[in-house]
Design a protein around this ligand. Structure first.
Ligand SMILES: [Fe+2]
Length: 188
């Protein structure tokens, strides 16, 4: 158990350091809360799931010009979602390889991060749900601020997408008041 925690803690530190390096440490809270929500939704969540949760958006800390360009066509752009997931999985896998983590664990983490936006199997869905819950906790204001430049419809679409994609009943129940509150603030 000690080793498991070490690897999680090391990944968490890697994520924190990566965002501090680009002056965006405020992005870390969303990642820590995603790991928190995983534990709420699955008591016996394993290390791969927790590591994936805390690292799932790491691509943002190493964002390349091509992705910056693609995201301008919208957060639902298939190319954006694919690159965001693929690069996050690669960056995390490279870090874990350097830590000499078990290959099986690395493969599982990769598969989880690769599908954290649209889900797939039970655990991929869980990560997606925890990501949504944490989004409504941590990132609503960031998106409300975007209403001025991108328009209310854009922000509303994001809120709806983040809420509607939730699979588990428990996660949906927990997210509902947060989602409704976010929409209310947008309409104000
Ligand atoms: Fe996320």
């Amino acid at each position: 158990m000690k080793n498991i925690n070490n690897l999680y803690k090391k990944t968490e530190q890697f994520v924190i350091d990566s965002f501090i390096k680009i002056g965006k440490e405020q992005e870390v809270k969303h990642l820590l809360r995603t790991a928190y929500w995983i534990k709420q939704l699955k008591k016996n969540a394993d290390e791969a799931l927790l590591i994936s949760a805390v690292a799932h958006d790491i691509e943002r800390a190493y964002r390349k010009e091509d992705v910056k360009k693609i995201i301008k066509s919208g957060f639902l752009s298939k190319d954006f979602l694919r690159l965001h997931q693929e690069r996050g999985a690669e960056i995390t896998a490279d870090f874990l390889k350097k830590q000499k983590a078990d290959n099986k664990l690395i493969e599982k983490v990769k598969q989880l991060i690769l599908r954290h936006e649209d889900g797939g199997n039970e655990e991929q869905n869980l990560l997606k749900d925890a990501d949504s819950l944490s989004f409504f906790e941590c990132n609503v204001n960031k998106f409300l601020d975007k209403a001025e430049t991108k328009g209310k419809e854009y922000v509303k679409e994001k809120f709806e997408w983040m809420y509607n994609r939730i699979t588990s009943k428990k996660a949906k129940e927990r997210a509902k008041p947060l989602y409704e509150d976010a929409v209310k603030k947008l309409d104000r």
